[in-house]
Ligand binder design. Structure first.
Ligand code: ADP
Length: 855
């Protein structure tokens, strides 16, 4: 047996091996140690000292879920023949043959119990070709399949958008993200990818799906090969690939997503994220689509308007919205049911879900088809809800109202679907009734009133009497045959019972076979419609999202944003959806604030006391941009927004101490990314940048960053800072204006008004905030003394910003930088590389190094 075990283990060395033995999956050796620790189950050992632990098959899913969550992968080795077959094949000592039937990995799950119904589950493969990184992303629980390619610098942002559950790269890949699994390199090639795609979708050319570059095809090759390995020859559900260009949505890099907490908070929770504050969807598929929408806001005005029109329609029409939502709420998740059926793990209940879901789609079609002046997107969606009549009718006739998950006991095919099946059931039923009648006869015959006919898995039907009354039945001529004696009871058989029991068993077995055959036919019929079913599922999800966003808008008094052709950002009465909810829950009022950025006034410098509401203001505006371009109404009274091509959010380092890297370094790397990438159409929020270092350095960096954004990037920008000195920039930079969050000291207490006002803050209120926070009185008094000294010093010398007023303008400074002679460059420019001998080249390198050292 151990030889068989090791053979199987060698096929999946990177997985924990679940080795089927009877009613258990057993794990051995290191696997057993790992699993027993992860699952908190007993670690035992075999007679020969091999460590082992086991989980019962019937609850294996729950254990699998925990192992996958803990980051493991599992190979499931099943028995592929019965012990009888094994004996027939190889004699009495023959070992039952086992085979790995599938790998269970985080990115390739289809089981309802292992998946989060409200989150997509992406498997992503990466490949490099022609200087680009190909990204193949598949969610096999619903069949979604996307191919893209990005320059290496864009990879992090795309991965952050997708949020894969599992990543696969070729063995030996140079830049493999942490946690990625590796697979044989041979499949990660564009030729192989193209071949596998064509074979899988049965096409001679991929042109019908769109165009894919070499990197994307290579990634597709890696993904398809990996899926095949995981399914071990079984099928997985993939719809034809859709090409995805990284520039078809607002670019949001990983750091910005994290800082804005779009779909997860910084601690990884859904609760507290923008998604959580917005999500009013009533179906799992709707929740998944909303998460995808918020992760990839559109940058095409027409597509945004199309979504907004639908949301707007549902926002106006409360009655339709309510009926739509009530109907959607009752619908099963047909996308995932289909995924399980394709993967060969479908069950009668999945078919029942298709029946109910598609019937529901038909009803919704009727409801929505009557709307007058339907928005274009609705006209697009409606046809996908129809056309499943034949399948629905067939499933409705074939299946009982609530089919079971487990097909093995039968009972899922309805009456009147198959006359032969009905006959078999009648036969079994009659025989069962006859058995029940036998009980009364035997009681009469034996005079034992407590005699019972029972059934169990081992003996089948049998007669049971208490031990005290068993003697007469033991007599050879009693007509009863002894089967079993237990502590209190004795069990018998009898010829009539035996005959009837065989009838029941035979009819039952035949009925079961008939039901299984029907199940297969019905599954095949459903799978023949897989593309239209998937399209219906997608359409239902889109309707759910639109109705949910309408619901949210009505609930929060949100407005429809106007999408403008120029780079403006004018929001009146803006609110932060998450903070507003928190503030309200605490019984307080959220103060709405305006933000008006235009080409002439595109950079707002926001000052004011800590806790005054600066970060909230910055973020709420970034979130409003995300919501608007995702096609949602926004948390404001009115909003006009010019399309944002890239969104950036950075927070000064000291908030991010938990990350453990040199936080100031991170802050600077991220700021550098903004300066190099933000365009005139971008939107940037910078919160206390420069705070992670000493005051002088920090102020200097903040100053230079504001200047660069204003002069070079020219994007819309909100910049919060506690460096009061920066307000001097207002005099030099035309498009920069000053704003502050208001605060008042009242009877010695600080009152934070959270209200934004034009102009610079009059003071920083640092000590007042400290007092609010409960700093001990003696410390406060001492701080006051120190402050007044510092202020006196500042008045005399002009403070840390003294001299900044004479600083040359940013543009002049950058020119000077560019013009300054650079001996290294000059020396390099003078080199005629072709004319150099190797020796001269070496000397040249020494000389250049010398020049560099002088710098
Ligand atoms: P800052 O960045 O100025 O330190 P924050 O934006 O972090 O301040 O806000 C601090 C707290 O003030 C928030 O957690 C919230 O409770 C409250 N707050 C912020 N903005 C508002 C607002 N507009 N209305 C009501 N309360 C607010």
């Amino acid at each position: 047996m151990m030889a068989q075990y090791h053979g199987l283990k060698a096929q999946a060395p990177d997985c924990l091996l679940f080795y089927r033995m009877g009613d258990f999956f057993e794990l051995f050796f290191e696997d057993a140690q790992t699993a027993s620790a992860a699952l908190d189950i007993a670690l035992t050992s075999r007679g020969d000292g091999v460590p082992m632990c086991g989980v019962p098959c019937h609850s294996a899913d729950a254990y699998l879920a925990r192992l996958i969550k803990a980051g493991h992968r599992v190979a499931v080795a099943e028995q592929v023949e019965t012990p009888e077959q094994a004996k027939k094949r190889g004699g009495s000592k023959a070992l039952v043959e086992r085979r790995i039937i599938r790998l269970v990995t985080a990115g390739t799950l289809t089981e309802e119990s292992l998946l989060d119904s409200r989150a997509s589950n992406w498997l992503v493969a990466l490949a490099e070709a022609g200087g680009r990184i190909g990204i193949a992303a598949a969610d096999i629980s619903t069949g979604r399949f996307e191919l893209a390619s990005v320059p290496p610098s864009g990879l992090d942002a795309e991965l952050a958008r997708i949020g894969p559950s599992e990543l696969v790269v070729a063995e030996g890949s140079a830049n493999s993200p942490p946690g990625a699994v590796t697979a044989a390199r041979s499949a990660f090639a564009s030729g192989e990818g193209e071949r596998l795609l064509k074979a899988r979708f049965g096409v001679a050319t991929l042109d019908g799906f769109g165009s894919f570059d070499r990197a994307a095809l290579a990634a597709a090759g890696g993904l398809l090969a990996y899926l095949d390995r995981v399914a071990q020859g079984g099928e997985t559900f993939l719809q034809p690939p859709t090409p995805r260009a990284a520039d078809d949505h607002m670019a949001i890099d990983a750091a910005t997503r994290e800082s804005l907490e779009l779909t997860r908070t910084q601690s990884g929770e859904r609760k507290g994220s923008l998604l959580d504050a917005v999500d009013r969807t009533v179906t799992g598929a709707g929740a998944r689509l909303l998460a995808a929408d918020l992760s990839a806001p559109l940058n095409d005005a027409a597509a945004i308007e199309a979504r907004l029109n639908l949301v707007g329609r549902f926002a106006e029409d409360g009655a339709v919205r309510e009926r739509l939502r009530a109907a959607l709420r009752a619908l099963p998740d047909i996308g995932r049911a289909l995924g399980r059926l394709v993967a060969g793990r479908g069950n009668p209940r999945d078919l029942g879900q298709l029946r109910d879901g598609l019937a529901g789609a038909r009803d919704l079609h009727e409801l929505l088809d009557r709307l007058e002046g339907p928005p274009a997107l609705l006209l697009d969606l409606l046809p996908r809800l129809r056309g499943h009549g034949a399948l629905v009718d067939r499933l409705a006739r074939a299946l009982v109202p609530s089919p079971p998950i487990d097909a093995s006991d039968g009972g899922f095919i309805a009456e009147n679907y198959d006359a032969a099946l009905d006959d078999l059931r009648a036969l079994a039923g009659n025989a069962r009734r006859a058995i029940a009648a036998l009980e009364a006869q035997y009681r009469l015959k034996t005079g034992i009133q407590t005699l019972k006919i029972r059934h169990n898995g081992v003996l089948g039907y049998h007669i049971e009497v208490s031990a005290k009354q068993a003697d007469p039945l033991m007599a050879p001529d009693s007509g009863f045959t002894h089967r079993q004696t237990l502590a209190g009871v004795v069990r018998f058989n009898a010829p009539e019972l035996h005959e009837l029991a065989s009838k029941v068993a035979q009819a039952g077995a035949h009925a079961l076979t008939a039901e299984q055959a029907h199940l297969e036919e019905l599954i095949a019929a459903a799978l023949a419609q897989r593309d239209p079913i998937a399209a219906a599922a997608d359409a239902l999800a889109r309707l759910d999202v639109a109705a949910a966003l309408a619901e949210r808008a009505v609930e929060g008094g949100w407005c429809r944003p106007k999408i403008m052709p120029h780079a403006c950002f004018e929001v009146e009465g803006g609110r932060h959806p998450v903070v507003e909810a928190a503030v309200r829950a605490a019984g307080e009022r959220f103060v709405a604030n305006d933000c008006k950025l235009s080409e002439e006034s595109r950079l707002w410098l926001v000052t004011g006391p800590n806790m005054g509401g600066k970060s909230t203001f910055l973020r709420q505006n970034a979130l409003i941009a995300v919501l608007a371009q995702a096609g949602s109404f926004v948390s404001a009274n009115s909003a006009s927004i010019g399309l944002v091509d890239r969104l950036f959010s950075r927070v000064g380092a000291s908030d991010n101490l938990a990350r453990g890297r040199s936080t100031f370094m991170v802050e600077m790397i991220e700021t550098a990314a903004i300066l190099s990438q933000a365009t005139e159409r971008s939107f940037v929020i910078l919160d206390e940048v420069g705070r992670g270092t000493s005051t002088y350095d920090g102020l200097a960096i903040a100053w230079a960053v504001v200047e660069a954004i204003h002069e070079t990037n020219r994007c819309r920008c909100l910049f919060a800072t506690h460096y009061h000195e920066l307000t001097r920039l207002a005099g030099r930079l035309d498009a920069l204006s000053l704003h502050h969050v208001r605060a008042r000291e009242w009877k010695g207490d600080l009152v934070l008004l959270h209200e934004l006002e034009a102009g610079a803050a009059d003071r920083s209120y640092g000590l007042a905030v400290a007092r609010l926070a409960g700093l001990p009185r003696p410390v406060l008094a001492r701080a006051k003394d120190v402050l007044s000294r510092l202020e006196k010093g500042r008045d005399k010398t002009g403070g840390i910003a003294a001299g900044l007023d004479d600083l040359p303008l940013f543009a002049a400074a950058t020119e000077r930088e560019a013009e300054a002679p650079d001996p290294l460059r000059e020396a390099l420019a003078a080199v005629d590389a072709d004319a150099l001998s190797p020796r001269e080249a070496l000397e040249l390198i020494y000389r250049l190094k010398g020049l560099a050292a002088e710098d």
